[in-house]
Design a protein around this ligand. Sequence first.
Ligand code: RP5
Length: 168
Amino acid sequence: MSNIYHKNQKLISVIMGSQSDFNVMQESCNILDSLGVCYETLVISAHRTPHRLYKFAETVENRGIHVIIAGAGGAAHLPGMVASLTTLPVLGVPIPNKNLQGIDSLLSISQMPTGVPVATLSIGTAGAKNAALLAIQIISLTNADVRLRLKKWRESQTENVVEVPSSN
Ligand code: RP5
């Protein structure tokens, strides 16, 4: 499969409902950086900046983005609202908060009505990391370079799992 993408083309959009979500969503960015996949990051609140959300969703496909990773906490409408306005795959990351530890956002993001799916990851940093890996897997379907880097990353992960535990 040939690589039809320009090396520096941004293929993934990492959006989040608040600046306060960035400490979790940074984990998505770290994975994307380590695999050399270009992306953008934006703060878009479904409740506080609804016009920004609409503008983003209406232009995102034409800008060449292939996958959207959306982190949100609390009522967490961002992933579902974006998914309703585009046919790009949306990967939702529930952000934990101090009151309900992210259970609220997990349920909000996962319980989409029939017809508008959001792929929901686990709460917090594991979800943010896996969202990036899943986005890369989607990009890999049509990008041989990225697929090769992902395979190497997986091999490295496997090699780094010790067989015998050691005490500190
Ligand atoms: C959500 O409200 C955001 O995604 C964030 O997780 C939560 C709290 O936002 P801040 O009050 O910290 O800005 O929309």
